[in-house]
Design a protein around this ligand. Structure first.
Ligand code: AMP
Length: 519
């Protein structure tokens, strides 16, 4: 018997199906509308980028970059398979590809080619050593870097900044406001609300700093009030969006994580000073912490504050808090952020433990949670990231933005019944007879043109069966076209909820249904 493969979506990925996809469309459409009213334009980005972009922007030590990216070599198509051609041919092909720039001319690749050539000489000169020489040759050939290392994007802020630089957007009217939506990829452990392919809707505000005030981004911003107002407006926009969607139990947490610029006089201040103190405090309680937190004391002490471990909560509550260590400018920015949120009537909760898992944030960080999601209840995360564009070789630029987890927003709407995923039809056309089919086809065309959702069965059905089908599809009305209706041009319309039936003149059908469906 032939081997039958049962294909299934890869773990952590899933198909989104109707009627739920209607809800996805509503979630996306509402974002376009609300973000549009705040002056944001859409940017569509590539799904994969140079791995180095994410390593640099998100941070090489973060979980996202060090463990969760889908990375591959973007190999040229013309190169032969080394096991299928003689070693000398393959070596020549690689040399040629390096020369023509088809594969990277890195030091490692050039050294590897030298070793390959050396082994070739061994292969030819010493027959008794051939097997060994071939093994070494093929091992070395396997170590060539045949293309640029690329990764499926785990988030999009790095790409937005890359695009900002690539297209010289600093020359546009400032600030530049962009939003995006689409799939992201992280190899996490899948569970409810956590997938390996998931969808984000995000927005970013970028503003290149004019040379006179360029020093300001180094950490001592003179214009804290302006920046804080921009942060607050971005937060107000997400909250307005969630309210428009009818998302329930929405809670906004805010914090400031200060700035991380090195001290001028050798003494660490603000975040660096705080991390020093935090680390010292953590060392004292190290024995009482779990393995993960113990490791993080060295790699990323701030992340210990993220811990959900019950046994660590009492200890963490007694640790030093960043709010007590902010420099004057960061403290001013944070105070102003709160004032600006109050001005806008946006309710928030201060959460000193909110540090977020990406390296690029500074000052403002925020997270929004919603109902119906269990432990994965964060639907949005964001913050300020002045300096990220510069880290990617662009001009000194301020930035603030957020990313919404669309999967979780949809889940929350479904759980709280604000996202009825009913698809249904407005009209099911039940027809019998050849002449009736021609009429039914025209009626379907006219109704669809008027915007109704119409089901037109491809073959004749007895009226009883047709009405049963209409019910199953959740249709609200059935248009019944039999001999009688065709000859009198008085069509029968049946409301399926209560079986109320009436005759409507052909010319009045569209108006009639518009009135009825608006009810
Ligand atoms: P982050 O980019 O990590 O700041 O995440 C922003 C938002 O994206 C989170 O608040 C989640 O709603 C969502 N998110 C992040 N990772 C996943 C995932 N693996 N599956 C589903 N949603 C996610």
């Amino acid at each position: 018997m032939a081997n039958k493969t049962k294909f299934q979506a890869i773990k952590g990925t899933r198909d989104l199906l109707p009627p739920e996809t209607e809800l996805w469309n509503r979630v996306e459409q509402t974002a376009r509308e609300v973000f549009g009213t705040y002056g944001f334009g859409e940017i569509r980005l590539p799904i994969f980028e140079a791995t180095e972009l994410f390593a640099r922007a998100v941070g090489g030590e973060t979980d996202i970059v060090s463990k969760e990216m889908y990375t591959f070599e973007d190999k040229p198509s013309g190169l032969p398979d080394p096991s299928e051609v003689p070693p000398s041919d393959y070596t020549d092909a690689v040399k040629h590809a390096i020369k023509t720039g088809q594969i990277p001319a890195t030091v490692k690749n050039r050294n590897t080619v030298a070793v390959l050539e050396f082994q070739l000489a061994n292969l030819e000169a010493r027959p008794e050593e051939q097997e060994r020489a071939y093994l070494i040759w093929s091992h070395m050939a396997g170590g060539l870097q045949l293309g640029e290392e690329v990764s499926l994007r785990p988030e999009a802020t790095a790409s937005v900044c890359r695009a900002y630089i690539e297209h010289g957007m600093h020359a546009l009217a400032q600030p530049v406001k962009l939003y995006y939506m689409g799939p992201m990829f992280r190899r996490e452990r899948p569970q409810k609300g956590r997938y390996r392919q998931f969808y984000q809707i995000g927005a970013e505000v970028l503003e290149t700093v004019q040379p006179a005030s360029a020093k300001a981004t180094a950490g001592g911003a003179k214009d804290a009030p302006k920046d804080a107002a921009v942060d607050a407006e971005v937060i107000e926009m997400v909250m307005t969006y969630f309210a428009r969607l009818g998302l329930e139990g929405v809670q906004l947490d805010i914090n400031s994580i200060g700035h991380s610029a090195p001290a001028v006089d050798g003494k660490n201040v603000c975040r660096r000073g705080y991390v020093e103190k935090l680390k010292a405090a953590l060392e004292k309680v190290k024995d009482k912490l779990g393995a993960d937190s113990q490791r993080r004391i060295e790699t990323n002490p701030l992340r210990v504050l993220d811990s959900k471990l019950e046994s660590e909560q009492g200890i963490i509550e007694k640790l030093p808090r960043i709010g007590d260590h902010l420099c004057a400018e960061c403290a001013k920015h944070y105070a102003e952020l709160k004032r600006q949120l109050d001005l806008r009537g946006v309710a928030y909760k201060e959460n000193w433990r909110l540090v977020r898992g990406l390296d690029y944030y500074m000052r403002t960080t925020f997270e929004i949670t919603a109902r119906g999601l269990g432990s994965q209840n964060a639907v949005c995360g964001g913050g300020r990231y002045d300096g990220l564009v510069q880290l990617l070789e662009g001009p000194p630029t301020k930035g603030v933005g957020f990313a919404i987890g669309e999967d979780r927003v949809v889940l929350s709407l479904l759980e709280t019944k604000n996202g009825s995923a009913a698809q249904g039809r407005d009209v099911y056309i039940a027809w019998m007879g050849e002449e009736a089919q021609a009429t039914a086809i025209r009626a379907a065309r006219d109704l669809r043109q008027a915007g109704f959702r119409v089901e037109l069965p491809p073959v004749e059905q007895k009226f009883g069966k047709a009405l049963g089908q209409a019910d199953k599809l959740g249709a609200r009305y059935a248009l019944i076209l039999g001999e009688d209706e065709i000859s009198t041009e008085q069509w029968t319309v049946k409301r399926l909820a209560d079986s109320k039936q009436e005759k409507i003149a052909k010319a009045e059908l569209v108006e009639f249904l518009k009135r009825e469906l608006m009810k």
